[in-house]
Design a protein around this ligand. Structure first.
Ligand code: OAD
Length: 242
């Protein structure tokens, strides 16, 4: 792949102290995890609203758990790719590196990123809907369903349709976006709110915006620099130049 950084982008990165990576499903596509809206997206095959909401869970917890177990199995068999790894390695070159992700797949942490704000939760965590006790994958099963010791149903710690984002995580993400020098937008359509509002907060706060995506998005016209290509190829190339 022919690649070179323009002077402005290179200089901005060289001078940057604090950088943020705002990531979406596209960054994990090369690890083998289907995106939501692409041509192979999982939402082309089934209606997420029917499964990913609290009422669906109360009505048919077994079905919802089957779906999440299926996704967990896919994710457990996937590894962080060069995009996740490049972001983790950037921690050695900048004063402050923050990942703000819409993904629930835990691949940023598995790659070694230390500050990761998970706006939509994490599929490796679960909690009891009654007493809020937190569980990992060690949830006791009763009658084939994950149940807390208090008797409550245990659910995945992910954000479902109609639910608020975790407010502490969202506020911390907003603060990073307001104070960073460079804000990368990697592998996201940028159309799901309130997560996407963080992009425009970074822009209005003066950050230099760099987008990496295989295609144009709703965000493209607002960024300072776009790279069209796979995140696992483009990110290593960018950071090999600085
Ligand atoms: P989408 O599936 O909407 O978008 C994936 C984006 O990644 C698209 O813009 C693709 O063009 C791009 N893409 C695909 N492969 C790529 C690659 N190898 N390198 C770079 N870019 C690539 O996923 P999100 O934008 O993450 O929320 O979706 C946002 C939210 O929508 C999700 O977190 C989920 C869903 O509702 C919840 O579940 C709460």
């Amino acid at each position: 792949m022919k690649f070179s950084l323009d002077d402005k982008t290179k200089q901005t990165l060289l001078n940057a102290k604090s950088i943020v990576f705002f990531t979406g499903a596209g960054i994990s596509a090369e690890s083998g995890i289907p995106t939501f809206r692409g041509k192979d997206g999982i939402w082309n095959k089934l209606k997420p609203e029917e499964l990913a909401n609290f009422n669906a869970f109360l009505k048919n917890p077994k079905l919802v758990w089957e779906w999440y177990q299926h996704r967990k199995d896919i994710i457990n068999n996937c590894q962080p790719n060069p995009a996740h790894k490049t972001i983790a390695e950037a921690q050695n070159s900048f004063d402050r590196v923050t990942v703000i992700t819409q993904n629930i797949d835990n691949l940023h942490k598995r790659a070694g990123s230390k500050t990761v704000y998970e706006l939509h939760g994490n599929i490796e965590r679960n909690f009891c809907i009654k007493c809020k006790k937190e569980y990992g994958d060690d949830v006791p099963l009763k009658e084939g369903l994950p149940k807390c010791e208090c008797g409550g149903l245990v659910r995945p710690d992910v954000v479902w349709f109609g639910e608020y984002l975790p407010q502490d995580v969202f506020q911390a993400s907003e603060k990073e976006a307001e104070n960073c020098d460079v804000f990368f937008i990697v592998g996201t359509t940028g159309i799901v709110y309130p997560a996407a509002s963080i992009i425009y907060l970074a822009k209005n706060s003066g950050a230099y915006l760099i987008e990496i995506n295989i295609t144009e998005t709703d965000v493209t016209s607002s960024v300072d620099q776009s790279f069209f290509g796979k995140a696992g190829e483009v990110l290593p190339l960018i950071f090999s130049e600085i």
